[in-house]
Design a protein around this ligand. Sequence first.
Ligand code: NAD
Ligand code: 2HG
Length: 395
Amino acid sequence: MTKQFRIQTLNAISGAGLSRFPDDRYDVGGNVTDPDALLVRSAKLHDAPIPDSVLAIARAGAGTNNIPVDAMTQRGIPVFNTPGANANAVKELVLAGLFIASRNLIPAARFAHELTGDDAEIARAVEAGKKQFVGFELPGRTLGVIGLGAIGVQVANAALGLGLNVVGFDPGISVEHAWHLSAEVERAESMEEVFRRADILTVHVPLIESTRGLVSTQRIALMKETAVLLNFARAEIVDEAAVVAALDEGTLGGYVCDFPSTAVHKHPKCISLPHLGASTKEAERNCAVMAVDELRGFLEDGQVHNAVNFPEAVLPREPGTRRLVIVNQNVPNMVGQVSTLVAERGQNIANLLNRSRGDLAVTLVDVEGELGEDVLEQLRAIDGVLSARALEPAA
Ligand SMILES: NC(=O)c1ccc[n+]([C@@H]2O[C@H](COP(=O)([O-])OP(=O)(O)OC[C@H]3O[C@@H](n4cnc5c(N)ncnc54)[C@H](O)[C@@H]3O)[C@@H](O)[C@H]2O)c1
Ligand SMILES: O=C(O)CC[C@@H](O)C(=O)O
């Protein structure tokens, strides 16, 4: 039996999320063809053809740099992500990164793993060898945080609890995140100030053109020679060649990241983890649940919540009405043309919402009576309309 919606998953997605797609109406899986929506984690979509059937894409995670967002915007396709859903998991790994760096835990564990002999020989080797792993304590040191969004705020607040001084920089901090940031976090006047002052510096910005290579040769040159750089955001935010050069020259103390590469994974002053930031059961569940709910909201009701390229557009369904979901360019007279078209058919509009963001707008129109393919064709023919769908009355 053909089901109403088809969802193609391009990564392993937590069953806690997938089970929220009602089985009688959704076909879900990796082999689904002609999908209405794609559900991904880190799968790279830039070079993959995205079928014409796709109405929406959801990223079960924070970063959307693996998705061609601008091209999707041109096609009128919303790209959803799951803000904050994995922030605690990343915060915990960043804290682990702090301890890994401050106490030389990975080389120390490697040393212990390699010990040979009986217990007495091991005990002697331990006492002789441990001096090479002497670390430092955190209270009184300064953590620099660049990017105070869902993750950066949690990292900053937790670091205060460990006795660190925290200095942060984020010129675009949201009101919501500012509310959650401790007043004890000092606000830096510039990014360079953070690089200069940090004993440990951590980056929590998205990978976009303006943040690519943000940790550059010039900025690393501002850092203390003993400073440690943490990168649990994206590999490309850091100029790896510059980091390796600074580590080799002794002008940077260490690099802990979530992104192994040929440049760093075997370097004696680098620790890299295999992109584990969001890999907890809790984060995988939170992200999957949020992403599935966002897709269902859009497919079933035309609602837009947490899209990175679309305006928020949330309008409860008007009982008994059919809903037009129109994605259009944000230009004058779109709503006028849509409502005229409906009125000329002698149909009443029970409710209407028009929301815009940049060059794009979403128009939801709840209409009394039938809506056939003819009205959709007329809507799609309006200059500036990118897509139009009609939804049956809500169950
Ligand atoms: N390692 C992992 O598994 C993992 C998991 C989750 C997120 N991430 C990465 O971490 C990034 C941040 O996640 P988040 O949930 O905190 O996102 P977020 O959107 O809540 O926060 C990002 C913050 O960065 C700020 N920012 C942007 N450009 C900046 C700049 N040039 N200087 C200073 N601040 C800037 C923004 O204003 C925003 O407040 C994601 O985009 C993703 O790439 C990695
Ligand atoms: O899905 C993952 O494992 C990683 C997700 C992470 O990189 C993100 O941006 O949220």
